[in-house]
Design a protein around this ligand. Structure first.
Ligand code: A3P
Length: 299
């Protein structure tokens, strides 16, 4: 599949009121709008589907790699022969939706959509949702570097410009705060698991065990070791089915940076000024007031 044809900005909504203005899925980019939205809204989730749900730059691809490897019990053949976007297609992306509909058996599905845009069938099915969140300051910094690599991201002149846009929700997928709160409203549902990039990074094995438990899967110790080995950032960088070199030259330009950049927690400290970090924290307090702090265990 050619990614350029499947850029996330391929959505169109019936009325502006369906989605608040700040969601940049609404933003009409020449050539990217139309064609798709009514189809994906009718998508029927099945009870054995597993949906990876993230705000962009939260570790989506890492989660897909892990879920792919859990599915094959650590056997790397699948991840080394099928592109990551075909193993867990994005429901909102043109044609990937069609591939998903045609797929037999349990499906891995990905989405960056805010909760109000997901097909209604998700909420009546027993499909499992894994919501991976990450320190939004790291999400912001990761997104800034990614904007140099991927033309679907807003092109900005500086980190300060990206910072301002991020706080305003004027970036792809809109406000991190609203996106995150929206999906967190599923907390307590049996079919919903919220995970943090930071815990996945700190204790990958235990977090994968948690995922297996949620999915009702078990891995033998050597299978678990293989999942860990093949989902490491280095293994993903070396895997052309996961490192996006197959997409280089479409709307990805890997000369401007790797698809899999640093893969660490807390990189924001190397890039944000004290004033930016403080402004961010003020906004965070304001927007996320009322949610228990233990939901955000990163600083
Ligand atoms: P950085 O840019 O901070 O390095 P997404 O997949 O949602 O686009 O998220 C991308 C972020 O996840 C990038 O963060 C990337 O390096 C990180 N990532 C991807 N695979 C990873 C892995 N195996 N281990 C740790 N981090 C990973």
């Amino acid at each position: 599949m050619q990614w350029a044809q499947h850029c996330p900005l391929t959505l169109e909504f019936d009325t502006a009121s369906e989605v608040s203005e700040e969601l940049l899925y609404l933003k009409k980019k020449e050539g990217y709008v139309g064609k798709h939205s009514r189809q994906y809204r009718d998508f029927v989730f099945k009870e054995d589907d597993v949906l990876t749900l993230t705000y962009p730059k939260s570790g989506t691809h890492w989660m897909i790699e892990i879920l792919s490897l859990i599915r094959t019990k650590g056997d790397p053949k699948w991840i080394q022969s099928v592109p990551i976007w075909d193993r867990s297609p994005w429901i909102e992306i043109l044609n990937m939706y069609e591939a998903l509909e045609a797929q037999e058996g349990p499906r891995l599905i990905t989405s960056h959509l805010p909760i109000q845009l997901l097909p209604k069938s998700l909420f009546t099915s027993k499909a499992k949702v894994i919501h991976l969140i990450r320190n939004p300051k790291d999400v912001l910094v990761s997104g800034y570097f990614f904007s140099k690599v991927c033309s679907s991201f807003e092109q900005v002149a500086s980190l300060q410009e990206h910072f301002e846009r991020f706080l305003q929700g004027n970036v792809l997928c809109g406000s991190w705060f609203e996106h995150t709160q929206g999906w967190m409203s599923m907390r307590g549902k049996e079919s919903y698991l919220m995970l943090h990039y930071e815990e996945l990074k700190r204790d990958t094995r235990s977090t994968i065990e948690k995922i297996c438990q949620f999915l009702g899967k078990t891995l033998e110790p050597e299978e678990m070791n293989s999942v860990l080995k093949h989902s490491s950032i280095q293994a993903m960088r070396d895997n052309k089915m996961s490192n996006y070199t197959l997409m280089d030259g479409s709307n990805f330009n890997l000369k401007n940076g790797p698809f899999l950049r640093k893969g660490v927690s807390g990189d924001w400290k190397n890039h944000l000024t004290v004033a930016q970090a403080e402004a961010f924290d003020r906004m965070f307090q304001e927007k996320m007031a009322g949610l228990p702090p233990e939901l955000f265990p990163w600083d």
